[in-house]
Design a protein. Structure first.
Length: 260
């Protein structure tokens, strides 16, 4: 296998998948929250549904080529679990961060007039990244930790033999009658519903980043872009949606090793 097909091609698709994820995910927040948008005031249910569909689109695009992690926490968790090569973790994270950054830039370009029409700096920041409804770092960390633990633990569970279909092969040489097959692209559907459930159930505390790339890269875009009246990028909170998801993913992988 060439170096391109081994690492460059998967990273390109991680970039594209994460780009689509943020374009649609940050895009729905912009559409629901910025002034004079046709979707203004649509609410939390619309946002959580669209984030789920955003993940689905990214997974369908990137899944066949890269496995569609689209999330540094997922890459880390799967590496700890043993189903992903450690040598791929850093290249994947770089691709995910770049994709998320570019997705955020395009959302700003599309909604530029609406950013200008919006006065509240917190609303503008909320398009790019997450923030706590009530700033309590302990509970904010707990919410992100549990949400990401649930995400990664369920992804591991989805891939277990009991949750994948089997085919009748009647192969006497292998000594088996049934072989499990992966979910393939259909795996996007349970992950979509999982993201929606996490957002609706646990997302009210922090806005459920559960993905360091989803939060940190767009926050960097917010800091760099010449957004009118944007205020600060809330860097004092920025460690929470990075550290807590990574810790939650690591714990999920350890639980997977113990239970599966």
């Amino acid at each position: 296998m060439s170096f391109f097909h081994e690492i460059i091609q998967p990273c390109v698709f991680e970039f594209i998948g994460t780009f689509i994820l943020i374009l649609l995910g940050d895009g729905v927040v912009a559409g629901c929250c910025l002034k004079k948008s046709k979707g203004e005031g649509s609410g939390w249910v619309v946002i959580t549904l669209a984030w789920g569909f955003a993940v689905m689109c990214g997974v369908f695009i990137a899944g066949p080529q890269s496995g569609a992690h689209l999330n540094p926490a997922v890459s880390l968790g799967l590496a700890i679990f043993g189903s992903f090569k450690w040598s791929y973790v850093l290249p994947y994270i770089i691709a995910q961060m770049l994709g998320a950054f570019c997705g955020a830039l395009l959302v700003y370009a599309i909604y530029k007039d609406h950013f200008d029409a919006t006065e509240d700096p917190a609303t503008k920041l909320g398009v790019f990244c997450t923030g706590p409804a009530i700033r309590n770092y302990g509970r904010n960390v707990l919410g992100e930790f549990v949400g990401t633990w649930l995400l990664v633990f369920c992804i591991i569970a989805f891939a277990t033999n009991a949750n994948t279909p089997s085919v009748d092969v009647r192969n006497l040489a292998l000594g088996v009658d049934m072989l499990p097959v992966g979910l393939g692209s259909s795996g996007a559907f349970p992950v979509t519903m999982l993201i929606m459930a996490i957002g609706m159930s646990l997302g009210g505390v922090t806005g459920y980043a559960i993905n360091p790339a989803r939060d940190l890269a767009p926050r960097l875009a917010h800091a760099i872009l010449p957004i009118k009246g944007k205020g600060t990028s809330d860097w004092q909170y920025s460690w929470v949606p990075v550290v807590a998801p990574l810790a939650g993913a690591a714990f999920a992988a350890l639980c997977g090793l113990l239970l599966f």
